[in-house]
Write a protein that binds this ligand. Structure first.
Ligand code: ADP
Length: 551
């Protein structure tokens, strides 16, 4: 019993030693070869091997061998691993060993193989891990050597007993190594530069991106170099950030201008993180940097565009102001002499027209019509100017929209007939009286109908309609005329905007003041005006008027 314990202890010792040796093993094959050679030494064998069940097929496979180079090994006969037999092995609750003290005792399947290697005696011990049979550890001696003593058998059992631990160790450390390789690969591909340095600033590791940033071709160029020897780090002020990290603080610096070569410059966003040892002291500094040149370039471009935009806006504002002042001055200056002129024309007309030669009579009518037009224009300009100043007055009185529409309809019927256009009025149901500025609303709807007649070809159709929509009265003027291009839709309510691309752009009397004034008047009533239009199909102007004018 004591003997058995001693062997178990030796087994445990061996495992411990192997585990330490295997800790940094990156390759499973090398790890198994190392274990086999260790077995060879402690068990004084000529050959040692690890035979495991292949995970993909139920075959046994030599995974590690010591005693001769694996390239010279004759291939192991195919030994199928019998699942039933495996179960009986597992029931044993511990490793089972079998010894062969003469060539005849060697299992038949392996006899040729053993002969080729000159094996005369050996021991096989099962490897079991958590109720699973994994394979065998095997040691053998050549011809001329005595068979193994019984202690070797116990020792091998001892080692096999703990072998599962080793196997898991090997697998874990190789998995870990693979994961590290993958992490390194990812880091080298990452669009961020990374380096670590020790407390003196000596580079410990540098990834590819960082080498590029530092203008170096390989890590070797930085071996033994301190970060503080690099002019690029010192000139850009990044040295202070690294020192900050060495002092145990995390830190970052944005938009650092870095110039590694006179013909190369970029901006970095850099961060440092101190890395502490188990004792808590900072023993390394991690430096991470990202090239943010594109962001800075865009930002600069944006700033420049913003400046330009502001300038343009200011200029526009100046011109708009000038335009407003011009309208204001011109309309005021023209209004008085025009009023005087209209007075005189009326006087001449009433007092002298019967005495004038017909030729002069018709000329006087032309003068009067044009003066009236000029006066209407000056009035429109004044309205625009009032709207801009917010001083457009509306005089509320009880108004029936259907009556206004009927009046307009009657007044424009003749114009429509002249152009062979169908002018239709359709008021749905009875409309209530509302409080509104009668004269100004009439101007608005008259203007919409006027435009519909103007911008619709001969034989076109103009439909004017209205209905009660609860809180609002809805009025529309629909035509199947030239329509308005999409790019102009948002602008026709701006003063002096006219569409020059439509088929009827030769229309005279176009000023682009009617719609802005209409909008000003409708909005002064707390309402809304908008348009739907398609080139070649026609337009619909909509007006919503609240039944109760907001206070
Ligand atoms: P004006 O008709 O005096 O030019 P408006 O402000 O009334 O000024 O109209 C602005 C512009 O909107 C017009 O020049 C015209 O190009 C376009 N427009 C207005 N009404 C219509 C319509 N019913 N169909 C097509 N275009 C229209």
């Amino acid at each position: 019993m004591a003997n058995e314990k001693a062997h178990k202890d030796i087994g445990l010792e061996t495992i411990k030693r192997l585990s330490t040796k295997l800790r940094h093993q990156k390759d499973t094959k090398e790890a198994y070869a190392m274990i086999a050679s260790e077995l060879n030494d402690i068990l004084e064998a000529d050959y040692s091997g690890i035979i495991l069940v292949d995970e993909e097929s139920p075959r046994l496979k030599i995974v590690g061998f010591a005693g001769m180079p694996s390239s010279e090994l004759p291939s192991l006969p195919v030994i199928l691993s019998d699942p039933e037999y495996r179960k009986t092995l597992v029931l044993e609750n511990g490793p089972v060993s079998r010894r062969f003290d003469s060539p005849e005792e060697i299992p038949k399947v392996a006899q040729d193989w053993a002969r080729a290697l000159g094996i005369e005696s050996g021991i096989l011990s099962t490897i079991l891990v958590r109720e699973e049979f994994l394979g065998y550890l095997v040691v053998a001696r050549k011809k001329g050597e005595p068979p193994f003593p019984p202690e070797t058998e116990q020792l091998l059992e001892g080692v096999s007993d703990y072998f599962g631990v080793i196997l898991e160790n090997v697998r874990a450390s190789t998995d870990l190594w693979k994961a590290k390789l993958e992490a390194d690969r990812m880091l080298s591909l990452a669009p961020i530069g990374i380096f670590t340095c020790d407390q003196k600033g000596i580079f410990l590791s540098v990834n590819k991106q960082m080498l590029k940033m530092l203008d170096k071709d390989s890590e070797l160029e930085l071996e033994g170099t301190s970060v503080f020897e690099l002019p690029l780090i010192m000139k850009s002020g990044l040295d202070a950030l690294i020192v900050h990290g060495m002092e145990g603080h995390e830190g970052e610096k944005v938009d650092v201008h870095v110039v590694p070569r006179p013909d190369k410059a970029f901006y970095l966003h850099a961060k440092v993180v101190p890395i502490r040892s188990e004792s808590g002291d900072v023993d390394r500094v991690l430096f991470v940097a990202m090239d943010v040149s594109t962001k800075i370039r865009l930002q600069n471009q944006l700033e420049r565009s913003y400046e330009k935009l502001t300038q343009t806006y200011q200029e526009l504002e100046r011109v708009t102001k000038m335009k407003s002042q011009f309208i204001d001055v011109v309309s005021h200056e023209l209004r008085t002499p025009l009023t005087v002129m209209r007075g005189y024309i009326d006087l001449v007309e009433s007092e002298y027209s019967s005495k004038l030669e017909p030729k002069f009579g018709s000329r006087l009518s032309i003068i009067k019509a044009n003066t009236d037009k000029l006066y209407a224009l000056v009035e429109s300009m004044l309205d625009v100017s009032r709207m801009e100043k917010g001083s457009l007055q509306i005089h509320l009185e009880p108004v029936r929209i259907d009556t206004i529409l009927e009046e307009i309809f009657k007044a424009r019927e003749h114009d429509a007939e002249e152009k062979k256009q169908a002018l239709e009025l359709d008021v749905e149901g009875k409309l209530p009286l509302i409080m509104a500025d009668r004269r100004r609303l009439k101007d608005v709807f008259n203007n919409l109908v006027d435009n519909a007649l103007k911008y619709t070809q001969e034989e076109g159709r103009i439909q004017v309609g209205a209905r009660d929509e609860g809180r609002m009265l809805h009025v529309w003027v629909k035509d199947n005329g030239v329509g308005i291009p999409l790019e102009n839709l948002g602008k026709i309510f701006d003063r002096f905007h006219i569409v020059t691309s439509n088929d009827l752009s030769h229309q005279v009397n176009r000023l682009g003041l009617g719609l802005p004034i209409a909008r000003g008047i409708i909005e002064a009533h707390g309402g809304r005006i908008w348009v739907e239009s398609q080139v070649g199909k026609g337009s619909v102007f909509h007006v919503d008027l609240p039944k109760e004018v907001p206070k």
